[in-house]
Design a binder for this molecule. Structure first.
Ligand code: HEM
Length: 167
């Protein structure tokens, strides 16, 4: 398979950075909302919060993560960077796929589980064991996911472990 010309590679990188920005920005927003979620003044307010977090997940994080994966795939396939030529690219592959699976099967269900509870129970949702567990676990595990995403931005910029790549 031939490689993209220089212009095509630049366009691909722009798309990669836009989607990476969406993923980073969405993850930061969710974590900040998690940390600042107070008891609220009413059940409607709590439900609004939960719906807003679901919105950020569905319309910013998921498209960002999928876009990163897709543009990463095309960068590996259609540019000289390749899939396993550089250790940092291999690590990004492992981390991106792991984070997407973690987001899909662990974090996503916690976020999607909240609106039906706050819609049904109003402010009393805050005392509901499932609602509380979702919130606490999401705070901890969402923070870990954010650290992994920051790490990917850092290694993308530093492009470390060059000696290992040459072997
Ligand atoms: C399948 C997964 C991924 C692959 C294979 C991949 C691969 C690459 C490659 C090869 C570059 C260098 C492109 C160039 O300079 O022409 C790059 C740049 C970059 N990637 Fe990724 N990437 C992936 C996922 C991600 C993720 C999840 C993020 C962050 C959320 C990310 C953030 C960045 C950033 C910020 C740069 C620009 C670094 C710079 O030029 O200094 N990438 N990526």
């Amino acid at each position: 398979m031939g490689k993209l010309n220089a212009r095509g590679q630049r366009v691909l990188k722009i798309l990669h950075l836009i989607t990476a920005g969406l993923w980073v920005g969405g993850a930061v927003a969710l974590n900040l909302m998690n940390a600042s979620l107070g008891p609220g003044q009413s059940g409607a307010e709590l439900f609004g919060y939960d719906m807003a977090r679901k919105f950020v997940d569905d319309f910013i994080i998921i498209p960002g993560a999928m876009g990163c994966l897709l543009t990463g795939l095309f960068i590996s396939w259609l540019t000289p960077w390749g899939f396993f030529k550089h250790s940092w690219v291999t690590v990004k592959w492992i981390l991106t796929v792991t984070c997407i699976l973690f987001g899909t099967f662990i974090l996503g269900p916690m976020i999607n589980g909240q609106p039906p509870i706050s819609e049904a129970l109003g402010l009393e949702a805050l005392a509901d064991p499932v609602y509380q567990a979702n919130r606490n676990n999401n705070q901890l595990l969402g923070g870990l996911q954010l650290l992994a995403i920051f790490f990917m931005v850092a290694i993308s910029t530093l492009k470390p472990w060059k000696k290992a790549a040459k072997k």
